[in-house]
Design a protein around this ligand. Structure first.
Ligand SMILES: [Fe+2]
Length: 134
């Protein structure tokens, strides 16, 4: 289970809030897997997690570009790689008949990725500033 901590704050309230939502999706998925929920419920949350992440990435990428954040290009690339890995997992999940074992692998991948990504890349937003072009 992921627990929100101040060390994950990047100081932009909307983005911190969106990261907390991703933590929430990840924990909800873990709970469903532990509770042995229906395949439909597990699949629903897997899709919701992907949809939400896609929207969040878009928001965050715009924010980084606006602030001339030095991590903007790396961030975009990391998001793209994450979505690619996630899509591959989902294709396997649908092909292999909704395996719980695979859903756990997706969960573990998201959990590791989000924590690392926030600390190494998103955290660089802290030092960036909005540049106003006159
Ligand atoms: Fe990011």
């Amino acid at each position: 289970m992921l627990t929100w901590d101040r060390k994950y704050e990047i100081g932009i309230r909307e983005i911190d809030h969106q990261h907390q939502w991703i933590f929430g999706f990840c924990n909800a998925l873990e709970k469903q897997l532990r509770d042995k929920a229906d395949d439909i419920d597990i699949e629903h949350i897997l899709h919701s997690l992907a949809d939400y992440s896609r929207k969040h990435f878009q928001y965050e990428e715009n924010c980084m570009y606006k602030r001339n954040c030095p991590a903007a290009a790396d961030n975009q690339c990391a998001h793209r790689n994450f979505l690619y890995a996630y899509r591959n997992f989902m294709e396997r999940y649908e092909r292999e008949g909704q395996s719980v074992e695979l859903a756990w692998k997706i969960h573990d991948m998201v959990e590791d990725w989000i924590v690392n990504h926030i600390c190494k890349i998103d955290s660089q937003l802290k030092e960036s500033e909005i540049t106003v072009h006159v």
